[in-house]
Design a protein around this ligand. Sequence first.
Ligand SMILES: Cc1cc2nc3c(=O)[nH]c(=O)nc-3n(C[C@H](O)[C@H](O)[C@H](O)COP(=O)(O)OP(=O)(O)OC[C@H]3O[C@@H](n4cnc5c(N)ncnc54)[C@H](O)[C@@H]3O)c2cc1C
Ligand SMILES: NC(=O)c1ccc[n+]([C@@H]2O[C@H](COP(=O)([O-])OP(=O)(O)OC[C@H]3O[C@@H](n4cnc5c(N)ncnc54)[C@H](O)[C@@H]3O)[C@@H](O)[C@H]2O)c1
Length: 476
Amino acid sequence: MSKQLTPDICVIGAGSGGLSVAAAAAAFGVEVVLIEKGLMGGDCLNYGCVPSKALLSAGKKAFALKGNSAMGVSASGIEVDFGQANDHVRAVIAAIAPHDSVERFEGLGVTVLQNQARFVSPDCVVAGDAEIRARRFVVATGSSAAVPPIPGLSDVPYLTNETLFGLRAAPEHLIIIGGGPIGMEMAQAHRRLGAQVTVIEAQKALGKDDPELSAVVLDRIREEGVDLYEQTAVTSVEARDSKIIVHIEGAGNEPTSIEGSHLLVAAGRKPSVDGLDLEKAGITFDRNGISVDKGLRTSNRKVYAIGDVTGGLQFTHVAGYHAGLVIRSILFRLPISENRDIIPWVTYTSPELGHVGMTEAQARERFGGKVKILSADYSGNDRAQAEAATQGRLKLIAGPGGKLLGADIVGAQAGEIINLLSLAVSQGMKMKDLAGFVAAYPTLGELVRRAAISYYAEAPKKPWIRQAVRFLQVFG
Ligand SMILES: Cc1cc2nc3c(=O)[nH]c(=O)nc-3n(C[C@H](O)[C@H](O)[C@H](O)COP(=O)(O)OP(=O)(O)OC[C@H]3O[C@@H](n4cnc5c(N)ncnc54)[C@H](O)[C@@H]3O)c2cc1C
Ligand SMILES: NC(=O)c1ccc[n+]([C@@H]2O[C@H](COP(=O)([O-])OP(=O)(O)OC[C@H]3O[C@@H](n4cnc5c(N)ncnc54)[C@H](O)[C@@H]3O)[C@@H](O)[C@H]2O)c1
């Protein structure tokens, strides 16, 4: 080896998690080596959140222009140029890329190695011609599309999130395997930009969200012309005359085969552990990812693992949250413990679908009959009426003593409103806090107060409260 490096921290993977660790450690003057084998910025910037949200945004524009004359505003001669929508995707990535670049990180004092990393022993990693012995290692290698073992799939050309955003023309007919967040976001974006779209989901589409609220999204996507088959198995796939034929079997009256021009596999993720030689470092892992304790330590005490590769909740903000925790542990030696009960997520369909904290099912399992569900409909909100965005609902999950355990929202700006509730969950707030703050009028955020106030709906009927009010009236 020509280079021997002995930094304080060696980070493997320059995606959302790894970059956050490297930037924070460098800010404190700690010596960091950051190793990346692909594009700086990882999945989120290059093949995930950023391109998908940019494409969804283009689809939203197209849909708004084409569809809405409800407020006396209409447009004619609308054209969608998929290539230009793709230019927008590229431009957004290019605008953000400098923030994640090698140049920026070297400017922060980080040593960046652009190579594949692998462990050669419990305390040594090799990348290209460099051998790195660090006090601590952080594995942040992310995940990639899991490809299900469907007969014929490996013999046909299929897209994943790594190739989808390279398309310069709208697919004539995009068939998507998997109705999770990737499948449903991309179904709506492509439909709105001119493609015929079919989604095949083995179980329940958007199955990790509140079923009542996700149904609102799925109904809307179906209304927009996407064919969605749930509880349907893909039995085999074949290519015929430059078309892709997907054979399916479900419980309903769906066709037995579907012919499409393109196939997207969005059927979940697999952790990126191949080639890391984790065994040589004594790091335990399985098909879900690297095993970590609540302090994000692996079975090798020198090595932490964060983000998607740990197989938990797979979001950019979770990778960032993990990064903050390991920085506290490595730099300040503070005890850390991952708390999954405070994590929000948002699916950026129209309408948006947001969640934070416990689901209703989790709350009922833990607190039984002490759980109360409080809701407010968008139709009862003045701003939603003014914006003609009345389709939606907010649900608060209250536990013993009115403590906010979780929340779900479907509707316009759900992704923004959920942040307020994320703060409330993380701070252990109660219904009295959410009912007691002053919300600006008219805003969608008033839905939070509206739902929280309903926690006290029974109060005016309680005899002792009525008696107390009458008693106080005696004093004039
Ligand atoms: C289509 C799509 C849309 C998404 N949308 C959202 C969203 O809207 N919001 C959200 O919060 N999340 C979203 N996600 C999830 C989000 O992208 C991931 O949770 C996030 O990128 C995980 O960050 P990470 O740091 O764990 O891994 P990554 O960002 O994947 O980074 C891992 C990096 O490690 C590198 N690497 C791997 N192995 C090695 C090795 N041996 N040596 C050196 N380098 C290595 C990889 O090349 C990669 O750059 C989306 C994902 C997809 C696919
Ligand atoms: N807005 C966001 O924050 C956002 C957007 C996209 C992705 N993500 C992240 O990326 C992760 C991966 O997304 P995803 O949608 O690929 O995964 P997912 O695991 O959430 O959903 C995959 C879906 O595919 C289905 N499926 C699996 N095998 C199948 C088969 N053979 N045939 C038909 N259906 C099959 C599953 O039942 C499931 O509903 C998400 O869990 C999320 O953490 C987040």
